[in-house]
Design a protein around this ligand. Structure first.
Ligand code: NDP
Length: 472
């Protein structure tokens, strides 16, 4: 008998935890995984929840176990596996069944899948899920894109399993087709910037102030009671305290300094560039991960150029106080950029993305959850049409209170040869953004000189050309 109310395909880290979360919330869930042994292991480990779990070894069995109209969550490796899974599932489903891709899809793939699934009467949802393993099990942040009517049908289960911020569910419908996966992509882009800036600040403490991991951990712990209060700051303090069993050293000191990446950061940058919206802090963070992976070249370059001797050292506490504020200023830039990219995409794809809601559903469950996001939600609620977060009263004030610290840290890091590319890019962004008369007049003159591209004048309408003599 079909008794499951929902199905989950893919019992890897995320799918397995999501399925347990669903069962934990009182829903009966059918599960299926390509490799049957994984399904068996999952069923064996489900414990008390197994009475609400139907483990299936074939897709036919899986589909038959779910009551129509069936919501089916696909949580497999992003890319080709999702297409393969949809192709295998499609012929077995009926009209009104809903396929939900909950992996980290590129939103352009999601839009293509929407088009491909139009017609047979089945519905597709592209759903971003953030929170890692623990979030999937205890409550992630859920970003839904698709037909609003489809969302209404799955809203009860998705809100039940989502994280809650002061009782409010961190799950929402954000717009049609690719909206959910686009927002998840930018979430991850911001996450890259957040993590990079934290790593830069750690670098200043380690390499300029010569602090050990435990002392740096204490600084991050102290910050977690202030405006930087966030999951990423908390886990940073925690990982810095963990000892390596083999060497007795702090584990961070034995981890190779080459960061992995799976694509969402890069997609954020590509999309922002395509729309002409600067996301410099995210770009710097993605580039920093790529540079981190060039370990052999970096070693060679250090041999060739050496490191700068640490000089101009101020009192350590003064530097630490500035680092806290610099990190906050950098965060303002990264989030302002991320939200501006989402606003541009919203216009381009006609999504009508609700910025305050996005900030609200990121306040709990997801990796960038923080007190800061509550302030962003408030700012966008008060001023929903503002073009840049930096221009809202609360965030303008935050910038005024932190930008001198960012300036001092970037300057100090530059003089000491310490890489702070994301913080420096945040400063460059502010300084470019706040200057009414920039320097692009010269670029326009150059473009007109070599390419007759024309320019506008400040004192007359229309396009003009310069009286270039052609002397070069
Ligand atoms: P895992 O590597 O733990 O599991 C991958 C799953 O995909 C397995 O169930 C695997 O099945 C299945 N799979 C792989 N290839 C195929 C295929 N060709 N056909 C059918 N099934 C296939 O991945 P995660 O659970 O970590 O990630 C799943 C998705 O969630 C990804 O899109 C990921 O980006 C996203 N995500 C991950 C987060 C995380 O913190 N890990 C956070 C948020 C999103 P099999 O057992 O047969 O190999």
């Amino acid at each position: 008998m079909a008794e499951a109310e929902i199905g989950v395909i893919g019992l890897g880290v995320m799918g397995a935890n999501l399925a347990l979360n669903i069962a934990d919330n009182g829903y009966h869930v059918a599960v299926y995984n390509r490799t049957t042994s994984r399904t068996e292991e999952f069923a064996a480990a489900a414990g008390d929840l197994s009475e609400r779990v139907t483990a299936c070894s074939t897709l036919e069995e899986f589909v038959a176990a779910i009551r129509p109209p069936r919501p089916v969550i696909i949580m497999v490796k992003a890319g080709e596996p999702v297409d393969q899974q949809i192709a295998a599932l499609k012929p077995l489903l009926e009209a009104n069944d809903i396929i939900i891709d909950a992996g980290n899809a590129n939103f352009r793939d999601t839009m293509r899948r929407f088009t491909e699934l139009e017609g047979p009467g089945q519905t597709f949802i592209g759903m971003g899920v953030s929170g890692g393993e623990e979030g999937a099990r205890r409550g992630p942040s859920i970003m839904v894109g698709g037909k609003e009517e489809a969302w209404r049908r799955v809203e009860p289960v998705l809100t039940a399993i989502s994280a809650k911020y002061e009782g409010e569910p961190c799950a929402a419908w954000l717009g049609e087709n690719g909206a959910g996966h686009f927002v998840k992509t930018i979430h991850n882009g911001i996450e890259y910037a957040d993590m990079q800036m934290i790593a830069e600040v750690y670098g200043v403490m380690r390499d300029h102030l010569s602090m050990d991991a435990a002392s740096i951990a204490a600084v991050f712990s102290a910050w977690s009671t202030g405006p930087l209060d966030s999951y990423l700051i908390d886990i940073t303090a925690e990982v810095l305290r963990v000892e390596d069993a083999a060497t007795g050293q702090p584990i961070v000191d034995v981890i190779v300094d080459a960061a992995g990446q799976k694509g969402t950061g890069r997609w954020s940058v590509i999309e922002s560039q395509m729309m002409g919206v600067p996301a410099t802090a995210i770009e710097a963070a993605v580039a920093a991960r790529s540079l981190s992976a060039m370990r052999a070249q970096r070693a060679q370059a250090q041999q060739r150029f050496g490191l700068l001797p640490q000089q101009d050292r101020r009192d350590g506490q003064q530097v630490i106080d500035d680092l806290e504020k610099a990190l906050l200023a950098g965060k303002v830039a990264a989030y302002a950029q991320g939200f501006a990219v989402m606003a541009a995409a919203s216009d381009e794809f006609g999504w009508n993305l609700p910025m305050a809601t996005i900030a609200r559903i990121w306040r709990a469950g997801c990796i960038i959850r923080s007190r800061f996001l509550d302030e962003i939600a408030t700012a966008f609620t008060r001023d929903p049409d503002v073009e840049n977060l930096a221009l809202t009263p609360a965030f303008s004030k935050m910038i005024e209170g932190t930008d001198m610290s960012l300036r001092r840290i970037v300057a100090e890091a530059a003089l000491n040869g310490l890489p702070v590319p994301a913080l420096a890019s945040a400063l460059g962004y502010f300084d470019t953004y706040r200057r009414g008369r920039g320097t692009a007049n010269l670029i326009q003159a150059q473009r007109d000189f070599f390419g007759a591209h024309g320019f506008e004048r400040i004192d007359a309408d229309g396009q003009h050309h310069g009286p270039w003599g052609g002397s070069v």
